[in-house]
Design a protein around this ligand. Structure first.
Ligand code: SAH
Ligand code: SF4
Length: 391
């Protein structure tokens, strides 16, 4: 199918629903906030300045209470509080792994739950966030792909995951102070649940809020969006977000990729590579990360490694090898460590960085592809217990 065919995924056409009840200031773009403030009677001439002031309270200082916005008059604060809320998603549970990884279970409107993982490393701290509840794509090695999609996350729920983690890490600066300390939450990866490019506008607006220099101020170089290969949206990602891109590549022939990442039937390897070739230039980013899950006997031969190198020739790239994380009923096995090493060596010898992703937070089931499965299992076993005990 041609790359210009319209995207007909149902989820993509779900309208961006307004929040129920009072509108949430978190998640509005600057323009939307300006309009919202004008609608409550803020004089047109002041709306931009007021937006700037409120923006700083929300996103620079992390304030969640209108009364703390001391550069606004009491009356104005009261009017804001009557009309709007400042709401993050609800934190349900937090688990901390032996290795310092934190896993948050977060509840969003409608009672849905998503998981967010914070991974501390010596030189950075990475937050892995979700863009959808479930996923409409059905990659055969991914547990999220076996769940039915519930819905797209809103802009507010996406940026809210970052804010909630900063709350937990106590990383908002104290009003009136400057901190020179390195950031605990320095990087964001859109590698949780869902296909971010099937929720393009909300993901884009959330990342633009996270990058805004007067707020959370994350550099676009420290944000990585991972896609399974939604070709028509890749150019838009370069133009409208400009973050780093990772691609779930996972196979070196269309036959195998069709089975692992079925979206390949719509946008096969050659079309995907064409879209990727122009990404670094348009987004002014350094290199693309090729994610490659290591599945025993499926995609992990020396020949695959050599074919991979031939395919990506000319694209500035890093190849991230992900040992398969098994889940109950998964139809694959993880490649042996020796096989992964041999594959990595071939890629490395061809001049590409080939880090093997270390599973982090395994004791709390926070590794790639494990996220939702544990929650589901926990729920299932609670249901099972209820059934067994007749409760
Ligand atoms: N939907 C997006 C982003 C989420 S997944 C995408 O597919 O790119 C983040 C990465 O984890 C992807 O490369 C995905 O293919 C990989 N992944 C999914 N399930 C996995 C598993 N069970 N073991 C290892 N990696 C997995
Ligand atoms: Fe969806 Fe990504 Fe999982 Fe594929 S790998 S089913 S695109 S979350």
């Amino acid at each position: 199918m041609s790359a210009s065919a319209p995207i007909t995924q149902d989820v993509h056409t779900i309208p961006r629903k307004p929040a129920e009840g009072k509108p949430n200031l978190i998640g509005m773009t600057r323009d939307q906030m300006k309009v919202a403030l004008t609608e409550i009677g803020t004089p047109e001439k002041q709306a931009k300045m007021r937006t700037g002031q409120i923006w700083q309270w929300l996103y620079h200082w992390g304030i969640a209470d209108f009364d703390a916005m001391t550069n606004l008059s009491k009356d104005y604060r009261a009017r804001l509080a009557e009309t709007f809320v400042i709401a993050r998603p609800e934190l349900v549970t937090k688990q901390v792994s032996d290795d310092g990884t934190r896993k948050y279970l977060v509840r969003i409107a409608g009672g849905h739950e998503v998981e967010v993982v914070y991974i501390p490393e010596t030189d950075r701290g990475t937050l892995c966030i979700s863009s959808q509840v479930g996923c409409t794509l059905t990659c055969s090695f991914c547990h999220t792909g076996t769940q039915k999609l519930v819905r797209n996350l809103t802009t507010s729920e996406i940026v809210g995951q970052i804010m909630l983690a900063r709350d937990d890490l106590e990383e908002w600066p104290q009003p009136g102070t400057r901190s020179e300390a390195p950031r605990l939450l320095s990087n964001v990866v859109l590698m949780g649940m869902g296909e971010p490019l099937y929720n393009f506008e909300n993901v884009r607006d959330a990342m633009l809020i996270a990058m805004d220099p007067e707020g959370i101020s994350l550099s676009r170089r420290r944000i990585t969006l991972s896609t399974s290969g939604v070709v028509p949206e890749i150019a838009r990602t370069a133009q409208e977000i400009g973050c780093q891109l990772a691609v779930s590549f996972h196979a070196t022939t269309d036959d195998v990729r069709n089975k692992l990442v079925p979206i390949n039937k719509r946008w096969p390897i050659a079309e995907l590579l064409d879209a990727l070739r122009s990404y670094p230039k348009v987004s002014n980013s350094e290199r693309i990360t090729f994610e490659y899950v290591m599945l025993d006997g499926v995609n992990d031969s020396d020949e695959d490694a050599r074919r991979l190198i031939r395919l990506i020739k000319g694209i500035p790239a890093k190849i991230n090898l992900i040992p398969f994380n098994e889940w109950p009923g998964a139809p694959y096995k993880r490649s042996s460590n020796n096989r992964i090493r041999a594959f990595a060596d071939i890629v490395y010898d061809a001049g590409y960085a080939s880090p093997v992703r270390k599973p982090r937070g395994e004791d709390i089931m926070a590794a790639c592809g494990q996220l939702k499965s544990e929650t589901e299992r926990a729920r299932k076993s609670r249901a099972q217990i209820a059934q067994d005990t007749g409760l």
